[in-house]
Design a protein around this ligand. Structure first.
Ligand code: ATP
Ligand code: MG
Length: 205
């Protein structure tokens, strides 16, 4: 008998971390697909504070990235947004995100969602051994990046690779398009297009 859609005794909660500068439809499809395949009750989007991988470029201020994430996820009853990373001082490390969400949701089984590119980055940073204690990891396919976990030296059964519908969208390309006044309709949710325009984010420099 399938329990899909029923409330679980132990809530199954996804965590979708990202810079979300800005959030785009690739992020939303990734979260939606993992929620479906893993029968999650909720996916918490967690905009990063200062992303450790992106120290070399100026990242849009956290409140704008947070609000765009709220706008983009508001219509999905399973999607929520957490401020844990933007309220923690200093660089964002995945282990701290996991600790904080676990402290808030000690009853939940956690599933950390990343793209195929990001899983390799995360493994290069601190305390990766302990990450496996907190969450299952699901790495989703992403156009332009290898969908193979070989060569990452992962402990067995810690990370699943999931093939999802390919959306060749990146925040970098959305920012570039905005700077050149090219359209970003249908790459990001309508409300995010309007938020970017209203606040002049990524405008011509
Ligand atoms: P940037 O170009 O600024 O790095 P990005 O598009 O990669 O932005 P991030 O905020 O860096 O977005 O990504 C957050 C998470 O979403 C990462 O785990 C990343 O791998 C994943 N992701 C981003 N875009 C896609 C996509 N089109 N398909 C699948 N996963 C994606
Ligand atoms: Mg990225």
């Amino acid at each position: 008998l399938s329990t899909r859609g029923n409330r679980h005794q132990v809530p199954r909660v996804g965590i979708m971390g990202g810079t979300f500068d800005p959030i785009h439809n690739g992020h939303l499809v990734a979260a939606s697909e993992v929620a479906w395949v893993y029968d999650l009750d909720e996916v918490i989007f967690v905009p990063t504070g200062r992303p450790i991988f992106k120290m070399e470029r100026a990242v849009t201020n956290a409140e704008d990235r947070y609000l765009m994430t709220v706008i983009a996820t508001a219509s999905n009853p399973k999607f929520t947004v957490s401020r844990v990373d933007i309220e923690r001082p200093g660089a964002t490390y995945t282990i701290d995100t996991l600790r904080d969400i676990h402290a808030q949701r000690p009853d939940a089984e956690l599933f950390f969602i990343t793209g195929a590119d990001a899983i390799a980055e995360i493994m290069r940073w601190k305390d990766t051994d302990h990450m496996w204690d907190f969450a299952h990891f699901v790495a989703v396919s992403r156009p332009g990046y290898s969908s193979s976990l070989k060569g990452l030296n992962l402990p067995p059964d810690t990370v699943d690779m999931l093939e999802i519908p390919a959306l060749s969208i990146s925040s970098t390309d959305v920012r570039r398009r905005c700077t050149l006044s090219e359209p970003v309709w249908y790459l990001v949710p309508d409300g995010v297009v309007q938020y970017i325009a209203k606040h002049g984010l990524y405008g011509e420099s």
